[in-house]
Design a protein around this ligand. Structure first.
Ligand code: IPM
Ligand code: MG
Length: 356
Protein backbone atom coordinates (compact mmCIF):
# COMPACT_ATOMS: atom_id res chain seq x y z
CA UNK A 1 0.00 0.00 0.00
CA UNK A 2 1.13 3.57 -0.65
CA UNK A 3 1.06 5.69 2.49
CA UNK A 4 1.08 9.38 1.74
CA UNK A 5 1.89 10.96 5.10
CA UNK A 6 2.10 14.64 6.04
CA UNK A 7 4.61 15.22 8.82
CA UNK A 8 4.12 18.24 11.06
CA UNK A 9 6.86 18.02 13.65
CA UNK A 10 6.09 21.38 15.28
CA UNK A 11 7.97 22.76 18.26
CA UNK A 12 10.18 21.70 21.17
CA UNK A 13 10.79 17.96 21.21
CA UNK A 14 8.43 17.54 18.19
CA UNK A 15 11.16 16.98 15.56
CA UNK A 16 13.15 14.43 17.57
CA UNK A 17 10.18 12.30 18.61
CA UNK A 18 8.76 12.40 15.07
CA UNK A 19 12.09 11.11 13.74
CA UNK A 20 11.67 7.99 15.89
CA UNK A 21 8.12 7.40 14.68
CA UNK A 22 9.36 7.64 11.09
CA UNK A 23 12.07 5.04 11.77
CA UNK A 24 9.37 2.71 13.06
CA UNK A 25 7.02 3.37 10.13
CA UNK A 26 9.89 2.74 7.70
CA UNK A 27 10.73 -0.57 9.38
CA UNK A 28 7.09 -1.70 9.18
CA UNK A 29 6.81 -0.64 5.54
CA UNK A 30 9.98 -2.48 4.64
CA UNK A 31 8.75 -5.71 6.25
CA UNK A 32 5.18 -5.51 5.03
CA UNK A 33 5.73 -4.21 1.52
CA UNK A 34 4.27 -0.72 1.91
CA UNK A 35 5.74 2.50 0.58
CA UNK A 36 5.55 5.57 2.79
CA UNK A 37 6.24 9.06 1.53
CA UNK A 38 6.64 11.88 4.02
CA UNK A 39 6.03 15.52 3.23
CA UNK A 40 6.97 18.03 5.88
CA UNK A 41 4.84 21.03 6.79
CA UNK A 42 5.26 23.95 9.16
CA UNK A 43 3.07 24.40 12.23
CA UNK A 44 3.20 26.18 15.60
CA UNK A 45 5.92 28.54 16.81
CA UNK A 46 8.25 27.34 14.06
CA UNK A 47 5.64 28.34 11.49
CA UNK A 48 5.10 31.74 13.15
CA UNK A 49 8.84 32.41 13.04
CA UNK A 50 9.04 31.53 9.35
CA UNK A 51 5.71 32.75 7.97
CA UNK A 52 3.87 34.70 10.68
CA UNK A 53 1.06 32.12 10.63
CA UNK A 54 0.91 29.10 13.02
CA UNK A 55 -1.03 27.04 10.43
CA UNK A 56 -0.04 28.34 7.00
CA UNK A 57 -2.29 27.68 3.98
CA UNK A 58 0.39 25.47 2.41
CA UNK A 59 0.32 23.27 5.51
CA UNK A 60 -3.45 22.97 5.29
CA UNK A 61 -3.23 22.07 1.58
CA UNK A 62 -0.62 19.45 2.43
CA UNK A 63 -2.85 17.91 5.13
CA UNK A 64 -5.87 17.90 2.82
CA UNK A 65 -3.86 16.11 0.14
CA UNK A 66 -2.40 13.46 2.45
CA UNK A 67 -3.78 10.12 3.70
CA UNK A 68 -2.77 10.86 7.30
CA UNK A 69 -0.99 13.50 9.34
CA UNK A 70 1.70 12.58 11.84
CA UNK A 71 2.00 15.41 14.32
CA UNK A 72 4.70 16.14 16.92
CA UNK A 73 3.98 18.85 19.45
CA UNK A 74 3.21 22.51 19.68
CA UNK A 75 4.08 25.35 22.07
CA UNK A 76 6.98 27.60 22.98
CA UNK A 77 7.73 29.33 26.29
CA UNK A 78 8.36 32.65 24.59
CA UNK A 79 4.62 32.76 23.87
CA UNK A 80 3.50 31.18 27.17
CA UNK A 81 5.23 33.97 29.03
CA UNK A 82 3.76 36.67 26.84
CA UNK A 83 -0.01 36.72 27.35
CA UNK A 84 -0.20 39.77 25.05
CA UNK A 85 1.19 37.94 22.00
CA UNK A 86 -1.24 38.44 19.09
CA UNK A 87 -0.44 35.17 17.34
CA UNK A 88 0.09 32.01 19.38
CA UNK A 89 1.40 28.57 18.35
CA UNK A 90 -1.63 26.82 19.85
CA UNK A 91 -3.86 28.72 17.41
CA UNK A 92 -2.19 26.63 14.70
CA UNK A 93 -3.29 23.39 16.32
CA UNK A 94 -6.82 24.67 16.86
CA UNK A 95 -7.03 25.98 13.28
CA UNK A 96 -5.85 22.63 11.98
CA UNK A 97 -8.46 20.74 14.03
CA UNK A 98 -11.20 23.10 12.91
CA UNK A 99 -10.29 23.25 9.21
CA UNK A 100 -9.85 19.49 8.96
CA UNK A 101 -13.13 18.99 10.84
CA UNK A 102 -11.46 16.77 13.46
CA UNK A 103 -14.30 16.68 15.91
CA UNK A 104 -13.25 13.53 17.78
CA UNK A 105 -10.04 13.00 19.68
CA UNK A 106 -9.57 9.40 20.70
CA UNK A 107 -7.21 8.80 23.60
CA UNK A 108 -6.79 5.17 24.65
CA UNK A 109 -5.56 4.85 28.23
CA UNK A 110 -4.11 1.51 29.21
CA UNK A 111 -1.42 0.49 31.61
CA UNK A 112 1.71 -1.42 30.66
CA UNK A 113 2.26 -4.50 32.85
CA UNK A 114 6.01 -3.82 33.01
CA UNK A 115 5.50 -0.25 34.23
CA UNK A 116 2.97 -0.73 37.03
CA UNK A 117 5.61 0.28 39.58
CA UNK A 118 6.02 3.63 37.78
CA UNK A 119 2.44 4.69 38.31
CA UNK A 120 1.82 7.25 41.05
CA UNK A 121 -1.11 4.97 41.99
CA UNK A 122 -0.85 1.62 43.74
CA UNK A 123 -0.24 -1.24 41.31
CA UNK A 124 -3.47 -3.04 42.31
CA UNK A 125 -5.47 0.05 41.31
CA UNK A 126 -3.97 0.43 37.86
CA UNK A 127 -3.25 -3.15 36.84
CA UNK A 128 -5.57 -3.93 33.94
CA UNK A 129 -6.97 -0.40 33.66
CA UNK A 130 -8.03 0.02 30.05
CA UNK A 131 -10.34 2.71 28.80
CA UNK A 132 -10.80 5.06 25.88
CA UNK A 133 -11.39 8.75 26.43
CA UNK A 134 -13.22 10.38 23.54
CA UNK A 135 -12.85 14.12 23.64
CA UNK A 136 -14.94 16.49 21.51
CA UNK A 137 -12.34 18.58 19.70
CA UNK A 138 -13.85 21.38 17.63
CA UNK A 139 -16.47 22.92 19.91
CA UNK A 140 -17.04 24.21 23.41
CA UNK A 141 -15.14 26.97 25.13
CA UNK A 142 -12.07 26.53 22.88
CA UNK A 143 -14.00 27.83 19.89
CA UNK A 144 -17.10 29.63 21.23
CA UNK A 145 -17.61 33.24 20.31
CA UNK A 146 -17.63 35.93 21.60
CA UNK A 147 -14.22 35.60 23.15
CA UNK A 148 -12.03 38.48 24.22
CA UNK A 149 -11.71 41.56 26.37
CA UNK A 150 -13.87 44.49 27.21
CA UNK A 151 -12.77 47.88 25.91
CA UNK A 152 -11.15 48.90 29.17
CA UNK A 153 -9.33 45.56 29.25
CA UNK A 154 -10.58 44.71 32.73
CA UNK A 155 -13.08 42.04 31.81
CA UNK A 156 -12.37 38.94 29.72
CA UNK A 157 -14.81 36.36 28.43
CA UNK A 158 -14.86 32.94 26.76
CA UNK A 159 -18.10 31.40 25.58
CA UNK A 160 -18.96 27.72 25.76
CA UNK A 161 -21.21 26.74 22.85
CA UNK A 162 -22.50 23.33 21.73
CA UNK A 163 -25.13 22.44 19.19
CA UNK A 164 -27.20 19.28 19.28
CA UNK A 165 -25.67 18.03 16.04
CA UNK A 166 -22.13 18.50 17.34
CA UNK A 167 -23.03 16.44 20.40
CA UNK A 168 -24.77 13.77 18.35
CA UNK A 169 -21.87 13.11 15.99
CA UNK A 170 -19.28 12.69 18.75
CA UNK A 171 -21.60 10.59 20.93
CA UNK A 172 -22.51 8.35 17.99
CA UNK A 173 -18.81 7.59 17.66
CA UNK A 174 -18.58 6.97 21.41
CA UNK A 175 -21.54 4.56 21.39
CA UNK A 176 -19.93 2.67 18.50
CA UNK A 177 -16.64 2.43 20.37
CA UNK A 178 -18.42 1.11 23.45
CA UNK A 179 -20.22 -1.43 21.27
CA UNK A 180 -16.86 -2.86 20.19
CA UNK A 181 -15.53 -2.95 23.76
CA UNK A 182 -17.05 -3.72 27.16
CA UNK A 183 -20.29 -1.89 26.31
CA UNK A 184 -20.17 0.75 28.97
CA UNK A 185 -20.30 4.46 28.17
CA UNK A 186 -19.62 7.20 30.72
CA UNK A 187 -20.80 10.66 29.69
CA UNK A 188 -18.85 13.26 31.63
CA UNK A 189 -20.42 16.68 32.06
CA UNK A 190 -21.30 19.39 34.57
CA UNK A 191 -25.05 19.26 34.03
CA UNK A 192 -25.73 20.52 37.54
CA UNK A 193 -24.30 23.91 36.50
CA UNK A 194 -23.84 24.32 32.73
CA UNK A 195 -26.52 24.69 30.07
CA UNK A 196 -24.26 23.08 27.44
CA UNK A 197 -23.85 20.05 29.71
CA UNK A 198 -27.61 19.76 30.07
CA UNK A 199 -27.91 19.72 26.27
CA UNK A 200 -25.28 16.95 26.20
CA UNK A 201 -27.26 14.91 28.70
CA UNK A 202 -30.58 15.46 26.96
CA UNK A 203 -29.06 14.54 23.59
CA UNK A 204 -27.43 11.36 24.87
CA UNK A 205 -30.62 10.34 26.69
CA UNK A 206 -32.47 10.62 23.37
CA UNK A 207 -29.80 8.56 21.56
CA UNK A 208 -29.42 5.79 24.16
CA UNK A 209 -32.50 3.69 23.18
CA UNK A 210 -30.92 3.11 19.76
CA UNK A 211 -28.03 1.33 21.54
CA UNK A 212 -29.86 -1.08 23.87
CA UNK A 213 -26.76 -3.19 24.57
CA UNK A 214 -24.75 -0.22 25.88
CA UNK A 215 -24.94 0.71 29.54
CA UNK A 216 -24.84 4.52 29.79
CA UNK A 217 -23.90 6.40 32.92
CA UNK A 218 -23.66 10.14 33.48
CA UNK A 219 -20.96 11.55 35.69
CA UNK A 220 -20.09 15.07 36.78
CA UNK A 221 -16.59 16.09 35.74
CA UNK A 222 -15.34 16.71 39.28
CA UNK A 223 -16.46 13.23 40.26
CA UNK A 224 -14.85 11.78 37.11
CA UNK A 225 -11.54 13.46 37.99
CA UNK A 226 -11.69 11.70 41.34
CA UNK A 227 -12.76 8.30 40.02
CA UNK A 228 -9.93 8.18 37.46
CA UNK A 229 -7.58 8.20 40.44
CA UNK A 230 -9.67 6.14 42.80
CA UNK A 231 -10.79 3.29 40.53
CA UNK A 232 -9.67 3.72 36.90
CA UNK A 233 -10.71 0.15 36.05
CA UNK A 234 -14.38 1.14 36.26
CA UNK A 235 -14.17 3.01 32.93
CA UNK A 236 -14.60 1.53 29.47
CA UNK A 237 -15.45 4.41 27.10
CA UNK A 238 -15.68 7.96 28.37
CA UNK A 239 -17.03 10.77 26.21
CA UNK A 240 -16.82 14.42 27.08
CA UNK A 241 -16.64 17.97 25.82
CA UNK A 242 -13.46 19.69 24.66
CA UNK A 243 -11.98 21.26 27.79
CA UNK A 244 -13.05 18.56 30.24
CA UNK A 245 -11.43 16.05 27.89
CA UNK A 246 -8.22 18.04 27.71
CA UNK A 247 -7.89 18.06 31.48
CA UNK A 248 -9.05 14.53 32.24
CA UNK A 249 -6.78 12.92 29.66
CA UNK A 250 -3.65 14.55 31.09
CA UNK A 251 -4.74 13.20 34.44
CA UNK A 252 -5.48 9.78 33.00
CA UNK A 253 -2.16 9.57 31.19
CA UNK A 254 0.00 9.66 34.30
CA UNK A 255 -1.67 6.64 35.85
CA UNK A 256 0.17 4.63 33.17
CA UNK A 257 3.52 5.79 34.52
CA UNK A 258 4.47 8.67 32.23
CA UNK A 259 2.83 11.39 30.18
CA UNK A 260 5.25 10.33 27.46
CA UNK A 261 3.40 7.10 26.68
CA UNK A 262 -0.07 8.00 25.48
CA UNK A 263 -1.02 8.41 21.82
CA UNK A 264 -4.08 9.95 20.26
CA UNK A 265 -6.00 10.00 17.01
CA UNK A 266 -8.07 12.97 15.88
CA UNK A 267 -10.69 11.98 13.37
CA UNK A 268 -13.62 13.63 11.67
CA UNK A 269 -14.39 15.00 8.25
CA UNK A 270 -11.04 15.29 6.44
CA UNK A 271 -7.58 13.78 6.95
CA UNK A 272 -7.00 12.29 10.41
CA UNK A 273 -4.18 13.50 12.64
CA UNK A 274 -2.11 11.26 14.92
CA UNK A 275 -0.27 12.89 17.78
CA UNK A 276 1.03 12.20 21.28
CA UNK A 277 -1.12 13.71 24.00
CA UNK A 278 1.84 15.44 25.67
CA UNK A 279 3.14 18.91 24.86
CA UNK A 280 6.35 20.27 23.37
CA UNK A 281 8.47 19.84 26.55
CA UNK A 282 10.75 22.78 25.64
CA UNK A 283 13.18 22.08 28.51
CA UNK A 284 14.16 18.86 26.76
CA UNK A 285 14.21 20.13 23.16
CA UNK A 286 17.30 19.10 21.23
CA UNK A 287 18.67 17.04 24.13
CA UNK A 288 17.70 13.63 22.77
CA UNK A 289 16.11 12.66 26.11
CA UNK A 290 12.35 12.86 25.45
CA UNK A 291 10.23 9.73 25.40
CA UNK A 292 9.26 8.89 21.79
CA UNK A 293 6.79 6.14 22.76
CA UNK A 294 3.60 8.26 22.64
CA UNK A 295 4.47 9.34 19.10
CA UNK A 296 5.43 5.83 18.04
CA UNK A 297 2.11 4.55 19.42
CA UNK A 298 0.35 7.37 17.55
CA UNK A 299 1.89 5.92 14.38
CA UNK A 300 0.33 2.58 15.40
CA UNK A 301 -3.06 4.29 15.63
CA UNK A 302 -2.37 5.74 12.17
CA UNK A 303 -1.90 2.28 10.69
CA UNK A 304 -5.09 1.10 12.36
CA UNK A 305 -7.43 4.04 11.72
CA UNK A 306 -6.10 5.73 8.58
CA UNK A 307 -5.01 2.64 6.65
CA UNK A 308 -6.96 -0.16 8.31
CA UNK A 309 -3.69 -2.09 8.73
CA UNK A 310 -4.29 -3.72 12.11
CA UNK A 311 -1.45 -6.22 11.98
CA UNK A 312 1.05 -3.41 11.41
CA UNK A 313 -0.42 -1.49 14.37
CA UNK A 314 -0.18 -4.59 16.58
CA UNK A 315 3.43 -5.10 15.59
CA UNK A 316 4.35 -1.60 16.71
CA UNK A 317 2.59 -2.15 20.04
CA UNK A 318 4.42 -5.43 20.49
CA UNK A 319 7.75 -3.70 19.85
CA UNK A 320 6.90 -1.00 22.41
CA UNK A 321 5.88 -3.62 25.00
CA UNK A 322 9.17 -5.45 24.42
CA UNK A 323 11.19 -2.24 24.81
CA UNK A 324 9.48 -1.44 28.10
CA UNK A 325 9.94 -4.98 29.39
CA UNK A 326 13.61 -4.94 28.50
CA UNK A 327 14.21 -1.54 30.04
CA UNK A 328 14.95 0.23 26.75
CA UNK A 329 13.42 3.43 28.07
CA UNK A 330 14.13 7.14 28.33
CA UNK A 331 14.90 8.98 31.55
CA UNK A 332 11.29 9.80 32.45
CA UNK A 333 10.93 6.07 33.14
CA UNK A 334 14.39 5.05 34.27
CA UNK A 335 16.77 7.66 35.61
CA UNK A 336 19.56 5.24 36.45
CA UNK A 337 20.53 4.04 32.98
CA UNK A 338 18.31 5.83 30.51
CA UNK A 339 18.42 5.35 26.77
CA UNK A 340 18.43 8.34 24.44
CA UNK A 341 15.37 9.22 22.34
CA UNK A 342 17.16 8.13 19.16
CA UNK A 343 18.37 4.87 20.76
CA UNK A 344 14.80 3.91 21.67
CA UNK A 345 13.76 4.62 18.06
CA UNK A 346 16.64 2.55 16.67
CA UNK A 347 15.85 -0.31 19.04
CA UNK A 348 12.16 -0.36 18.07
CA UNK A 349 12.95 -0.29 14.35
CA UNK A 350 15.49 -3.10 14.76
CA UNK A 351 13.01 -5.16 16.80
CA UNK A 352 10.40 -4.80 14.05
CA UNK A 353 12.89 -5.76 11.34
CA UNK A 354 13.83 -8.86 13.32
CA UNK A 355 10.36 -9.94 14.46
CA UNK A 356 7.94 -8.95 11.71
C1 IPM B 1 -3.86 18.89 23.79
C2 IPM B 1 -3.13 20.18 24.10
C3 IPM B 1 -3.78 21.31 23.33
C4 IPM B 1 -5.24 21.40 23.77
C5 IPM B 1 -3.07 22.67 23.48
C6 IPM B 1 -1.62 22.60 23.06
C7 IPM B 1 -3.78 23.77 22.73
O1 IPM B 1 -3.14 20.41 25.47
O2 IPM B 1 -3.86 18.49 22.60
O3 IPM B 1 -4.39 18.27 24.71
O4 IPM B 1 -5.54 22.04 24.79
O5 IPM B 1 -6.08 20.85 23.08
MG1 MG C 1 -3.94 18.86 26.62
Amino acid sequence: MKLNIAVLAGDGIGPEIIDQAIKVVDAICEKKGHTATYTKGLVGATAIDQTGNPYPDETHELCMNSDAVLFGAIGDPKFDNDPKAKVRPEQGLLAMRQKLGLYANIRPVSTFPSLLHKSPLRADLVEGADFVAIRELTGGIYFGRPQGRSENGETAYDTCVYTKSEIERICKLAFEFAGKRRKKLTVVDKANVLATSRLWRETVQAMAPAYPDIEVEYMFVDNAAMQIIQWPKRFDVMVTENMFGDILTDEASVITGSLGLLPSASVGIHTSVFEPIHGSYPQAAGKNIANPVATVLSAALMFEYAFNLKEEAELIRKAVDASLEQGVVTEDIDKTKPYKTSEVGDWLAAYIRKNA
